[in-house]
Ligand binder design. Structure first.
Ligand code: DLL
Length: 435
């Protein structure tokens, strides 16, 4: 029988023991950071906190927050806590605005990161009998290398496909009977769409599971992917700053992602005041990395909005669960004064029977925001009769107005006319230049 856990003792450790372990590691980590990172030492001195003040995780709140702005200020070496000669690799965020964030890894950092990804693969039913197709980008992005490392640790036959070239992905998937697919959920949906067009039914597709993350996706989208590919689709979360994918992953319950608490302490804060909120509150996720040597961030503000829960899980894992990120405290769009998340648009599209292939374009004309949503028609809806098209657009715009409270201009565009991304989908084009 396939193993249920990759590191059972740690993954099922009683909560009290995890807390003790976290406390011991935190004390050491704060000392390491204070002694080796001038930037962080200054932040702590400004706040009047010394390493001796941190005696366990109950003292975590005394430490200053770290933000993406700090990472940009300190670019490239300002937060490095180990000599470069002890670092093995660099990865970088996929962001296209401003200076990219770069993260450094020692051999041990990579080892522990790959363990986290291996836990995710085993939780998705992976074992050495599996063929794992990694279709996240390889390179500076953490997705490809992270899942590749995890897959090899589990002993899967690993296909390092990287992203793109869908025809070749499908050929390898079918010829080599890939059983696990790792990629962004939007790319998984696209692969599913293409397989369907080529006439494959779910039972002809060898895949049994998918490990999808790096961008927001809804439960409706999960259902969609599961149905077209005939698989169970698992969420995986992470960010470059905390190593990459595998900070948290889903188990068979599919009700949130277990955070690898032996390596990361999670807090939820009010994004406006920074106040730590009690478990179960919705707020911004903050991580402290307990074991990272080269780039050990303490109280890093992720900007991801979510909820944490320590409700017992039927899988036997004891680590706290995070909900799917419900948006970001910084990707929220304010259109004509109304807060809008792309995930809300996606939800409406799926409810109304459209594929989540859309693009939001925001602009400002005569001091008023314009709000356009281009949506791809399903092939069976394709029509160039103006009247029919207008009626469909109007009905979709109404559904969006009900969800959002403001009225978008919806434009139905031909199937496949919105550029497909091989990595994260570009959902929002904001031309207002508000910052
Ligand atoms: O996206 C790491 C990753 C690779 C995660 C592969 C999962 C799979 P970054 O490029 O630094 O790193 O982007 C991190 O992406 O703060 C979230 O806003 C978003 N994100 C990551 N995973 C999820 C997810 C990688 N499962 C940022 N659901 C994070 C929603 C996600 N958003």
């Amino acid at each position: 029988m396939a193993q249920k856990y990759y590191q059972k003792d740690i993954e099922t450790m009683p909560a009290g023991e995890i807390k003790k372990l976290q406390s011991e590691k935190l004390v050491k980590q704060v000392k390491h950071v204070y002694e080796n990172v001038e930037y962080y030492r200054n932040l702590m001195d400004e706040k009047g906190v010394k390493p001796e003040d941190i005696k366990g995780i109950e003292d975590l709140h005394k430490l200053p927050f770290l933000t993406k702005a700090d990472l940009r200020d300190a670019y490239p070496y300002g937060l490095l806590a180990k000599p470069l000669s002890e670092c093995e690799r660099i990865h970088s965020t996929s962001g296209t605005t401003g200076k990219r964030v770069i993260a450094f890894y020692t051999k041990n950092d990579i080892n522990l990161w790959e363990d986290c990804c291996a836990r995710a693969i085993v939780a998705a039913g992976g074992s050495k009998e599996d063929v794992c197709q990694v279709a996240y980008g390889y390179g500076l992005f953490t997705g490809g290398f992270g899942l590749n490392g995890g897959s090899q640790k589990v002993g899967c036959l690993t296909l390092p496909m990287s992203s793109g070239n869908t025809e070749r992905q499908i050929q390898f998937m079918m010829d080599l009977s890939a059983t696990i697919l790792c990629c962004t959920p939007s790319y998984a949906a696209y692969v599913g769409e293409t397989l369907k067009e080529q006439g494959y039914t779910p039972d002809q597709i060898p895949l049994k599971a998918g490990i999808f993350g790096a961008e927001a996706w809804t439960e409706e989208m999960r259902q969609n992917i599961q149905d077209t590919l005939g698989i169970k689709a698992y969420d995986i979360y992470g960010l470059t700053e905390t190593s990459g994918p595998g900070v948290a992953f889903e188990c068979e319950e599919q009700t949130g992602m277990h955070i690898n608490e032996d390596h990361f302490v999670a807090e939820i804060i009010d994004p406006d005041t920074g106040e730590v909120l009690p478990e179960g509150s919705k707020g911004e996720l903050v991580f402290t990395a307990l074991d990272k040597e080269a780039f050990p961030l303490l109280r890093y503000r992720t900007r991801d909005i979510c909820v944490l829960s320590r409700k017992p899980c039927s899988c036997g894992r004891t680590h706290i669960k995070m909900s799917k990120p419900m948006g970001r405290s910084d990707d929220m769009m304010i259109i004509r004064g109304v807060n809008v998340f792309p995930s809300q648009i996606e939800m409406v599209l799926l409810q109304e029977g459209y594929q989540p292939n859309y693009q939001i374009i925001i602009d400002r004309k005569n001091n008023t925001d314009t709000f356009d949503v281009n949506v791809e028609m399903n092939p069976d809806q394709f029509t160039d009769t103006v009247g029919a098209l207008t009626a469909l657009e109007k009905s979709l715009a109404n559904a969006m107005k009900t969800m959002l409270g403001i009225n978008p201009a919806v434009h139905l565009v031909p199937p496949k006319s919105i550029a497909r991304s091989e990595g994260k989908a570009v959902r929002v084009i904001d031309k207002r230049k508000l910052v």
